[in-house]
Ligand binder design. Structure first.
Ligand SMILES: NC(=O)c1ccc[n+]([C@@H]2O[C@H](COP(=O)([O-])OP(=O)(O)OC[C@H]3O[C@@H](n4cnc5c(N)ncnc54)[C@H](OP(=O)(O)O)[C@@H]3O)[C@@H](O)[C@H]2O)c1
Length: 264
């Protein structure tokens, strides 16, 4: 698949940047200093609290993905969008005000995709990365049938399908990342692993496969690393990659390179 390269100073927007993976992705992008990073969240105060103050490479914008009107402005001039929004799979305070999987993982993603393809735009989006989940193709199997009791995996799969459709009609690149059960900080979520503060511990080695084959825990820090590294890799374009961690040290530069080259 043809890859459209992101250039230095292109604007990369992380929507869901106050979340666990979103914070790490945003921080890593800012640290690299290659792009102009726009952190999008529902509350300006929360964005500033969790990500620190604005810097020359970091800007903030407020939007709620359930409200398409709030998305047009922040998404009108971005080259790349990383969708890291999510809610709890089971009823929790995070569903307050109707912020359910259907609203966030299906309709919210539909709104984001509609906003980035609506004309006129200041510039065309080149790349969209979507954080989905393992299990989207295995909703009849345990433990995913339980995880999907309130439809989170169905919603993620529908959004993946829409993303692929829109990528082919609109001509932007995509990457779908399907993490295993997320573990490790930052502690933002009210799911069980967060409550128990499950640490990735010695399980720092990443395992990445195409499709929806893996079972296990995924460290948020590894998800962020895969997303940011993949932005630069043509071999990752159009892929759906699942990720878990296993016992072992983190990947070296060479192992990351081999991972991407192995996708080609
Ligand atoms: N938890 C798991 O085990 C698991 C497993 C596989 C995949 N995933 C997926 O992996 C991704 C990252 O998960 P995470 O646990 O690191 O994230 P998280 O901490 O749950 O953060 C979710 C983010 O989504 C934002 N958000 C929620 N509703 C929104 C809305 N209506 N409009 C705009 N933003 C909204 C939140 O903003 P606020 O700060 O304003 O709430 C927050 O920034 C998510 O897509 C999740 O579904 C999770």
């Amino acid at each position: 698949m043809m890859a459209v390269e992101l250039k230095v100073n292109d604007r990369v927007c992380v929507i869901g940047s106050t979340g666990g993976c979103g914070q790490l992705i945003t921080a890593r992008l800012v640290d690299e200093g290659r792009y102009q990073v726009r952190a999008v969240g529902r509350s300006d105060a929360k964005l500033r609290k969790v990500l620190g103050g604005e810097s020359p490479k970091l800007e903030f914008a407020e939007a709620d993905s359930r409200d398409i009107g709030s998305l047009y402005g922040p998404l009108s001039d971005v080259d790349c969008v990383i969708i890291a929004t999510g809610t709890s799979a089971f009823p929790s305070p995070r569903w307050r005000g109707g912020n359910t999987p259907d609203a966030v993982d299906r309709k919210g993603v539909q709104n984001i995709l509609k906003a980035i393809t609506s004309k006129p735009r200041k510039r065309a989006v080149k790349k969209v990365v979507f954080l989905s989940s393992v299990g989207v193709l295995r909703t009849k199997q345990l433990p995913y049938s339980i995880l999907n009791a309130f439809g989170v995996l169905d919603a993620k799969r529908d959004s993946e399908d829409l993303l692929r459709q829109m990528a082919s009609t609109e001509g932007f690149d995509i990457l779908i990342v399907r993490p295993g059960r997320l573990v490790g900080g930052p502690w933002t979520n009210t799911d069980v692993s967060t409550l128990l503060k499950v640490e990735e511990g010695a399980r720092k080695r990443v395992v990445v496969e195409q499709g929806d084959s893996l079972v296990g825990d995924a460290a948020r820090v590894s998800v962020a690393e895969l997303v940011v590294r993949a932005l630069e890799r043509p071999e990752a374009v159009g892929r759906a990659l699942c990720l878990v961690n296993e016992e072992g040290p983190p990947f070296s530069e060479g192992q990351w390179t081999a991972l991407f080259e192995g996708l080609a």
